[in-house]
Design a protein around this ligand. Structure first.
Ligand code: GLU
Length: 298
């Protein structure tokens, strides 16, 4: 069970890669997986894989096992059992219960369209209504509203204050656990000390920091790498069907990912086996070589 009442003791480095199985890995997700793996291994840390399968309607059948095959083909071997969020419901419920006991959650009937009509920021209007959980969302009483943090790559990030102070959703209207709830409970559950992921999650980090604060748990250190976008500025994503990377010939994409991350691999490394490329990359890894941009067109 997650102990929410104690600050965690200092831990040795524990990182994670947390793909959603809504599609196969593309170049952008390879870059994220590689960066989090190399940062963990360079610091003699533990690297975990967590499958974020809490949204069955968006899941692609077979994607979880394909993602794991791809990671192995690219030499990214995880250190402990894979954590599947679909198996974590009990932990999410426990956290929700602890928050409810402290009156830190409430149910909300507002639809996305209604909130959009009223300016896009939720007004906390349902806090006083004491609505039932059924057919309603559950929101966090966000009295913290952290709106800035220091990212090891992006530097000081300052977000929109009213958005950061919003009472965000922990359980969706359809009853599914929300990403913010699951990601924070699992980062605590897995004792994650360092999160390396894409810049698309910079803004959500503020909510996660507020949530860690409400739970009275020390948050991990965050590093957000530039998001890989297409030449016309679209995010490479599973949703827009970015091409999956090739498991049979991993060297070219691995070398391209190292260039993307500013690591300057020697020219002839591409002819080496995957294990040698990874070995070189761990020992030469320098996070400070990653450009402080939010996007890179590839
Ligand atoms: N599951 C998220 C994704 O695939 C990543 C979540 C995270 O790293 O916190 O984009």
């Amino acid at each position: 069970m997650v102990n929410l009442d104690n600050k965690r003791p200092p831990l040795s480095y524990r990182g994670r890669f947390a793909p959603s199985p809504s599609g196969l890995l593309h170049f952008g997700s390879l870059v994220t997986a590689l960066a989090s793996y190399l940062d963990a291994k360079h610091h003699h840390g533990t690297w975990l894989v967590r499958i974020e399968d809490i949204d069955p309607p968006r899941e692609l059948v077979g994607a979880s096992s394909e993602i794991l095959n791809t990671l192995e083909a690219y030499g990214l071997h995880w250190d402990e059992d894979i954590l599947y969020q679909s198996q974590q419901s009990q932990h999410y419920q426990q956290t929700l219960q602890q928050l409810a006991d402290k009156q830190l959650t409430y149910n909300c009937q507002c639809t996305r369209a209604q909130i959009k009509k009223l300016g896009g920021i939720y007004s906390s209007i349902c806090r006083a209504l004491h609505l039932p959980a059924t057919n309603n969302a559950t929101r966090l009483v966000n009295n913290v509203g952290i709106f800035e943090f220091n990212d090891t790559i992006q530097g000081q990030y300052i977000g929109d204050q009213s958005s950061a102070a919003e009472d965000f959703t922990l359980v969706r209207k359809d009853g599914l656990f929300a990403y913010q709830l699951a990601v924070v409970v699992d980062d605590i559950f897995q004792n994650i000390t360092h999160v390396v992921r894409g810049c698309d999650l910079l803004e959500p980090t503020l909510r996660q920091l507020s949530f860690f604060n409400v739970l009275n748990v020390k948050a991990p250190i965050y590093s957000h790498i530039p998001l890989a976008v297409t030449q016309d500025g679209y995010k490479l994503s599973k949703q827009n069907k970015a091409p999956a990377i090739n498991n049979k010939n991993p060297q070219p994409a691995l070398i391209a990912a190292l260039h993307y991350l500013g690591q300057n691999p020697p020219e002839d490394l591409i002819f080496e086996p995957v294990e040698s490329i990874i070995k070189w990359a761990i020992s030469h890894w320098s996070i400070s070589k990653i450009t402080q941009k939010k996007e890179i067109a590839i």
